[in-house]
Design a protein around this ligand. Structure first.
Ligand SMILES: Nc1nc2c(ncn2[C@@H]2O[C@H](COP(=O)(O)OP(=O)(O)OP(=O)(O)O)[C@@H](O)[C@H]2O)c(=O)[nH]1
Ligand SMILES: [Mg+2]
Length: 431
């Protein structure tokens, strides 16, 4: 039912095997080798499609595989390459590795953005390449490289500038419907909205508007996952500003100040960055209160939130649209004074490195009180790690830990200050 988080398996195509065959010609007793190369396996590619807004299409199928390369043929025929598979996702989709939870790619930045996540295996070469003067009739061709397969989680973090947050039923969707062309479902019960709805706020004065998102209602313990809290909170991560909507008429018998504190507590429990996002308060349903009451309620709330030092409180009514544009103009002014950078997540994990690295061996040994970490897996890692940079060194340390190398050193009796040789590098060991 929910399509902002799905788990799928992706698999690239296997490379086709090289072929072994020999020329058969009339009057030529031993024709030379003529086995062709195998085709390359297809890649798994993700592409941002501006026409898609949810991950719902991924509900129906579990595994997405690119085509395998075909085997080479006789008479030097090249095997057909496997077809790539292109998975179309909405902008803002994050591809995460299921096993480690790390980010493989953030599909945001531009419509049409394409990223190859798993390359197909290379085709093996046919025996036609092995005809040397010494070995005229090789019965040998290379097999294609294997396919790569990985379980990933797709997660949609919506790409809005400003998010409407608050308890269920306070009027967030009504707010969005009044100020944009979006037509979210509005109803007098909790959790009417289950996916964010986006709308463009257009001020009609040739100045930039912004994208506003109506985010599903949050409740106490949302940060612990209550009421699908995690899925809902993830949508707030990329917004730059929050409009915190509260029911100022207290229809459900709650106090607006307590509601604000509860939601803000959930934001900070989920992530400190969320708690730091600037907010403005939209004290809604003011049409239900007499004029004097409105003033009293809003002034009291502003006071309890810290007066001028706290977030600004606006009296609004989504029913009559009163005050909504005051809130939006204020937010636009605030956005203009903020840094423009959109949050794009860096890739933390390369499934290809992981999958290829897994197969390579390494050893950890002790000789004359010194320790040696060696082997192709280590060399490969050093080949793409810059130990001089902080990031590279951190990666190196994680690598030693994740591959059980630290544990192995400890088992061999390593002490503080001992020398550890990692291929051609020497280190002193410290916890
Ligand atoms: N009187 C009055 N009713 C309002 C106002 N704003 C919203 N409502 C009503 O409050 C109810 C809930 O509105 P929604 O916009 O669906 O609330 P929501 O915050 O999106 O709720 P969830 O999607 O469940 O989180 C509906 O019956 C609206 O008609 C308002 O300003 N005044
Ligand atoms: Mg709603």
């Amino acid at each position: 039912m929910f399509s902002d988080r799905v788990q799928i398996n992706i698999r690239s195509g296997k490379g086709g095997d090289g072929h072994v065959s020999f020329r058969r010609e009339l009057y030529v007793p031993n024709g030379g080798p003529d086995g062709g190369d195998g085709g390359n396996g297809g890649d798994v590619i993700f592409e941002v499609d501006p026409g898609i807004s949810t991950l719902a299409d991924f509900r129906h199928k579990r595994t997405y595989a690119a085509g395998d390369g075909k085997e080479g043929g006789k008479q030097r025929r090249h095997g057909k390459s496997g077809d790539d598979i292109v998975l179309k996702v909405p902008e803002g989709t994050i591809i995460r590795d299921l096993e480690t939870g790390k980010i493989i790619a953030d599909m945001s930045g531009s419509p049409g953005l394409r990223k190859t996540i798993l390359h197909g295996g290379k085709g093996g070469i046919g025996n036609m390449h092995f005809a040397t003067s010494v070995m005229q009739a090789p019965r040998y061709a290379k097999p294609g490289k294997p396919a790569l397969e990985r379980a990933v989680v797709l997660e949609l973090k919506c790409m809005a500038d400003v998010g409407l947050i608050g308890f269920p039923n306070v009027g967030k969707s009504t707010f969005l419907s009044r100020v944009t062309h979006a037509q979210p479902k509005i109803a007098n019960y909790h959790f009417t909205t289950l996916h964010p709805n986006l709308g463009v706020v257009d001020f009609g004065d040739h100045q930039d508007g912004f994208v506003l998102a109506d985010i599903p209602g949050l409740i106490e313990n949302a940060s612990q996952g209550e009421g699908l809290g995690h899925r809902f909170l993830q949508h707030i991560e990329r917004t730059r500003y929050l409009i915190h909507v509260v029911d100022g008429a207290g229809i459900e018998g709650r106090d607006p100040y307590d509601d604000i504190c509860t939601i803000n507590h959930e934001l900070s429990s989920y992530s400190p960055q969320l708690a730091e996002k600037p907010q403005v308060i939209a004290l809604n349903k003011m049409d239900l209160l007499p004029e004097v009451e409105r003033k009293r309620v809003s002034e009291e709330l502003q006071e309890r939130l810290g007066g001028d030092a706290g977030p600004r409180v606006f009296c609004v009514s989504c029913a009559t649209s009163e005050g909504l544009w005051d809130v939006l103009s204020y937010v636009r002014g605030q956005l203009a004074s903020m840094q423009q950078d959109r949050i794009v997540y860096e890739s933390e994990f390369s499934p290809e490195d992981e999958l290829i690295r897994d197969e390579l061996p390494f050893t950890v040994t002790r000789k004359k009180g010194e320790f040696y970490i060696e082997g192709p897996r280590i060399e490969k890692m050093l080949g793409y790690t810059n130990l001089e940079s902080e990031k590279g060194f951190l990666f190196f340390q994680d690598f030693l830990r994740d591959n059980g190398i630290n544990d192995e050193l400890i088992r061999l009796g390593v002490q503080e200050g001992d020398t550890v040789h990692v291929c051609s590098y020497d280190f002193e060991y410290y916890e």
